[in-house]
Design a protein around this ligand. Structure first.
Ligand code: UDP
Length: 266
């Protein structure tokens, strides 16, 4: 189905979503986001798997800056079922414009919590993306954190369009409810967006580097740094090659301030 035919009206976000530089951020706590995702999965099952797949986005300042010139990415975020505030920069921006989110909701934290709920409800995970072997490691860790979780399948693959058909068939054969996609932003979110109408799952979530953290391939910042809002600094220290990408942060802050203390409409 062409993208233009997909109903781009987000259905689950709070009516008072914040818009930061035209990018939607839902004002939900982690718990509310999880409730919402669980509800989407329950509805999908109740619809006998007929409901169209819903995208969950974890927005950080790099997403917002990319969305300034990448219109498809911006549309994908603004039409998502949920767009949560991953990244302290986004949390700060929602406060600055007077529409604060209750807390930061990262993909890396959301995943084990969602896994716990899915283990209880019997919903199945498919882990797509990352380097070969990493999704398997992440799946094993998720099963430790969420005993009883069914990992329907794992596959590295790539976001190249000529692999889409095969990947979707793999996911279909696995009978999964939740599809996690780790191809980095914006590739993972655009991959989900252009395949949304034919993805055989209830929800698809772009999870960035979450498998690398879960599998132990990358070390996450200590809790005290996360609490101080400095996880980005630790990531820069661990992966200095990211410095160019991280210039998005000061550029983001400058643009937010210049745009002013009001909701930045879409
Ligand atoms: N990745 C991949 N294929 C690609 C690009 C990225 O599998 O073509 C994976 C990469 O191995 C990593 C994940 O995507 O596990 C996220 O990458 P990155 O940390 O750069 O993304 P971010 O979290 O910063 O968006």
């Amino acid at each position: 189905m062409p993208l233009s035919q997909i109903d781009a009206t987000p259905q689950h976000h709070s009516p008072e979503a914040a818009y930061v530089l035209g990018v939607r951020v839902d004002r939900l706590s982690q718990r509310q986001a999880l409730d919402s995702i669980e509800q989407i999965i329950a509805q999908w099952r109740a619809s006998d798997y007929a409901q169209v797949c819903q995208q969950i986005v974890t927005a950080n300042p790099e997403f917002v800056m990319e969305a300034q010139h990448n219109k498809d990415f911006r549309t994908a975020i603004n039409a998502a079922a949920l767009s949560v505030a991953d990244g302290m920069g986004v949390v700060w921006a929602t406060r600055y414009i007077g529409r604060p989110v209750p807390e930061r909701v990262t993909g890396t934290d959301l995943l084990p919590e969602l896994a716990r709920r899915c283990a209880v409800a019997g919903y199945r995970f498919y882990l797509l993306g990352a380097a070969p072997g990493i999704a398997e490691g992440a799946g094993a860790r998720l099963q430790e954190l969420a005993p009883g979780l069914a990992i329907a399948g794992t596959y590295a693959g790539s976001p190249a369009p000529n692999e889409e058909e095969e990947i979707i068939e793999r996911v279909r054969a696995a009978h999964a409810d939740v599809l996690c996609v780790a191809y980095g932003a914006p590739a993972q979110n655009l991959w989900i967006w252009r395949n949304l109408a034919r993805l055989p799952v209830a929800v698809a979530i772009g999870v960035g580097g979450a498998y690398d953290f879960l599998s132990g391939r990358q070390q996450r910042a200590p809790v005290f740094l996360r609490k101080m809002g400095l996880e980005w600094l630790y990531r820069l220290y661990r992966e200095p090659r990211r410095w160019r990408r991280m210039l998005a942060l000061p550029r983001f802050a400058t643009r937010v301030i210049l745009r002013g203390r009001k909701n930045h409409d879409a």
